[in-house]
Design a protein around this ligand. Sequence first.
Ligand SMILES: O=C(O)CCC(=O)C(=O)O
Ligand SMILES: [Fe+2]
Length: 330
Amino acid sequence: MKEDTDSKKWFNVEYVPKDYIFPKEERPENLDTPVCDSIPVIDLSKSKSVETILMASRELGFFQVINHGIPEKIVTDAMSVLKEFFDMPSKDRTGIVPHKKGYIYTNSTDYAKDGVHLWRENIKHPCHPLEECIHLWPEKPTRYQEVIGAYLKEIQKLSSRILEMICEGLGLEPGYLEDTSEVSLLSSNLYPPCPDPSLTLGILPHQDPSLITLLYQGNSTGLQVMKDSQWINVGDFPNAFVVNIGNQLEIISNGKLRSIKHRVVTSTHETRISIATFVNPSPDCIIEPAKVLVNELEPSRYTASQYKEYVKSSKAYGDYTVAIQNALHS
Ligand SMILES: O=C(O)CCC(=O)C(=O)O
Ligand SMILES: [Fe+2]
C-alpha cells in the first residue's frame, strides 16, 4: 500500500476547503498587526525576575522566560520527535481508542465549532504521575516516550520554579501553589501552512483552565493574545518559553493575576509546532482565593470548587481528555 505523502495530506490544497472556513464574524481580521514587543521577556537569571513576573501576570497574564535552565537539546529533541509523529503516515497515528490508550490524536477533521474544523492536528496525553503515563504514550516514533519524558521532567522543574516565584510575589507561603500542583497534560499542535489565513483558525479564542501553562513555540509565530480589546501577536524569541496564567491561578490570586484570552492564527508559509504543558491543581484540591489575599477591602471574588469537579462539570479539556485521565486513575 502506498503511504500518504505530503502531497496527499489534507492541508496540501490550493484553496481552503469549505469545512475550514469560519463564519465572517469569527474569522481573524487584521492579520497584519505588528509583532508585539509588549509581551515581557523575563531573564530568570536576573534577581528582579519575581517582580517582573508579577507585573506581567497582573497586566497581561502572559510573559516569556529565557535563561530558564532547560537544556536546548532536550527542547530540540522534543520538537523533532513531535514533528516525526505528525509526519508519520496517518495509519500509524489514528485508530486510537481514547478510553484504552493514554493519548488522543485528532487530525483536523474534528469539528471545532458549528461544523467548522480547525487548521491543525493535535496530540494530547496525561503526564502525571510520569512513571504511570509514559508507557501509554505513542510507541512510534520509537524515541517518543524517552524524549518527551525527559522534556517533561525539565518542565516540572521549571514550572515549580515559576510557581514559587509567583507565590513569593503574591505574598503566599512557600509551597502554597507548588505542593498541590502537577504538570498533568501535554498538548502539542501542528499548524500547517494555509492558503488563506484570513478564513481559518488554528485554535479558537479561549482561556486556559490551568494554574499556569508553559508553551514552547520554536521559531514560529501565530499565537495572539487579547490586550485592550485587540489581538496582538506573541513574537518568537530564541529558546524562550511562553508562560500564561490560567483560570485557576486567577481565582487563587483573587483576580490579581489575569487569565487572558488567546488564539492561534495560521500562516501562508510557516508550519507551527507548539508544545503546551498544563500545570494544574491536584484533582482533590479546593480552588478558592487564598485567605491572605482576601480582606474587607478586597472581598473574595470567586466561589470555591474542587478542581476535579470543575474539570468534570466544565469539560475543561474536552470529553476524551477527561476519559483518558479517569481511565488512568481508576
Ligand atoms: O499552540 C499554541 O500556540 C497555543 C496552544 C494553546 O493555547 C492551548 O493549547 O491552550
Ligand atoms: Fe491556551
